[in-house]
Design a protein. Structure first.
Length: 254
């Protein structure tokens, strides 16, 4: 897992170029849940700062942590001055400072499950907020999705990107990491939310986005080129994407 978690640096510029940012609705969701002003935040696995910008531009002093030096270098090009960038893995963060908000954008699954929530609780101030969110981007057209699956199959059976659930958000059972938060002794008021979003991009940019997904990053270069060539052959010039934001929120016990 560590190898895959640190695989993104080689595609840092592509990650910044092709991965979509986060919508203002996510900031509104977190702020409404907090129920008051948030002045300080810690970000775990900040990548190139896609989510960092959303919170920093709202005036929050963000400490953005990221273990990969190349990703962090790319982040520094794009974030405002109220961001402190720190190269560190979640497991190595000092526990002598706590924050009103601790969040992770599409990165929590790279952290070590052992002791995860005890460590997280030490970083969130009592009464403060923890948030985890991500965007499992998928082609909106099921026929195109199947065509891409068949195109990549000789090289990659599963790209690890979960398919969106067609069940209405209000009716869905609690998903990870909400399930772990509900069982944690340190957190309460666990909530799950989905922000609906569709995006349109060129087939080339969609493949650029795939080039930042760890399953493709880990392929041998020749195989990766073959996969992307096969995928481009089955796609129209532009594609519509399901880019729902899946979020989980919890409050640190006072």
């Amino acid at each position: 897992m560590v190898v895959r978690a640190l695989s993104f640096g080689v595609v840092a510029e592509a990650y910044e170029r092709f991965r979509p940012g986060y919508p203002g609705e996510l900031l509104e969701l977190v702020m409404a849940y907090a129920g008051g002003p948030i002045r300080t935040a810690l970000e775990i696995g900040a990548g190139t700062g896609k989510a960092t910008r959303l919170f920093a531009e709202a005036g929050i002093a963000v400490t953005a942590t990221e273990p990969d030096a190349d990703m962090l270098a790319e982040l520094r090009k794009h974030v405002p001055t109220n961001v402190t960038a720190v190269q560190a893995a979640f497991e190595d963060l000092p526990l002598d400072t706590s924050y009103e908000l601790v969040y992770s954008a599409a990165a929590l699954h790279w952290t070590n499950p052992e002791g995860r929530w005890a460590r997280m609780a030490a970083l969130v101030r009592p009464g403060g907020v923890f948030a985890s969110f991500g965007v499992p981007i998928q082609l909106a057209d099921p026929d195109l999705k199947q065509a891409v699956r068949a195109a990549r199959a000789p090289y990659l059976e599963d790209d690890g990107v979960p398919s969106p659930d067609s069940t209405p958000p209000a009716d869905r059972p609690m998903e990870w990491p909400g399930t772990e938060l509900q069982q944690s002794e340190w957190f309460t008021d666990v909530r799950q939310a989905v922000i609906e979003r569709r995006l349109t991009m060129s087939a080339q940019d969609y493949v650029g986005q795939l080039s930042t997904v760890s399953a493709y990053v880990m392929l041998q270069p020749a195989d990766r080129d073959q996969v992307f060539g096969r995928i481009l052959q089955v796609l129209p010039a532009t594609v519509e994407l399901n880019a729902q934001v899946h979020a989980h929120l919890a409050r640190r016990h006072p």
